[in-house]
Ligand binder design. Structure first.
Ligand code: SF4
Length: 209
């Protein structure tokens, strides 16, 4: 039987995409190699956040204090009595007297197609806003800081407010894990999955990269 696990945004997304890959990563503990795009993303983030607390300014917003790479947890209580612990590491939270601004930094290469519509529809920052609200007991607003691959311009895009889909996905994910449902499931990430060609589903795909 699988012990109760805490779920992050990326863990929930991975389970939704492919339960088999999720099990390899989160139960068997097999680390996935970092891609060059991910490594570049980390460098981009580090550079951006270096010394930010001294500057007291981010993208034109002045602030009193800030948190970088802030690890947070909260517990969601569902109507049927199920409780799920959620976790998240928030890239940047800048804090003023009344308001906490929650910012997720998207990496230049692998998230290069961000635009206003996509930012408003995405549930990640609304999910982080819930965690921050629970932690700081302040109102929040969310943004994505991202670079569009087409024109290489940095954009600071307002996030939506609805994290209902990810809360519902967390419920389904928890249900699947407790029932030990870990089958491979073909999806758009197969071509960059380390198990491509080694699992029954991924082996039937054609690589496109
Ligand atoms: S190749 Fe696709 S189906 Fe196979 S484990 Fe990876 S994501 Fe799942």
């Amino acid at each position: 039987m699988v012990a109760k696990v805490r779920l992050s945004y990326s863990s929930i997304s991975t389970y939704k995409q492919c339960p088999y890959r999720w099990k390899k990563k989160y139960i068997d503990g097999i680390k996935e190699p970092m891609s060059e795009a991910q490594a570049e993303g980390h460098r981009f983030e580090e550079e951006l956040l270096k010394g930010i607390d001294d500057k007291r300014m981010f993208n034109g917003i002045s602030f009193e204090s800030c948190h970088t790479q802030l690890p947070l947890t909260c517990t969601i209580n569902y109507d049927d009595g199920i409780t799920i612990d959620l976790i998240g590491i928030v890239d940047l939270v800048i804090v003023n007297k009344e308001l906490a601004t929650v910012i997720d930094i998207k990496r230049p290469k692998d998230y290069g197609t961000w635009n206003e519509k996509k930012a408003l529809a995405d549930a990640q920052v609304p999910f982080y806003c819930e965690l921050v609200k629970n932690f700081l007991k302040k109102e929040t607003r969310g943004f994505y800081y991202c670079c569009n691959k087409k024109d290489n311009r940095i954009r600071f895009l307002p996030a939506g407010k609805d994290c209902g889909t990810i809360i519902a996905d967390a419920y389904q994910c928890n249900l699947g894990i407790t029932q030990e449902i870990f089958h491979p499931k073909q999806n758009f990430m197969c071509t960059i999955c380390p198990y491509f060609g080694k699992c029954t589903e991924g082996a039937t795909n054609e690589r496109t990269d």
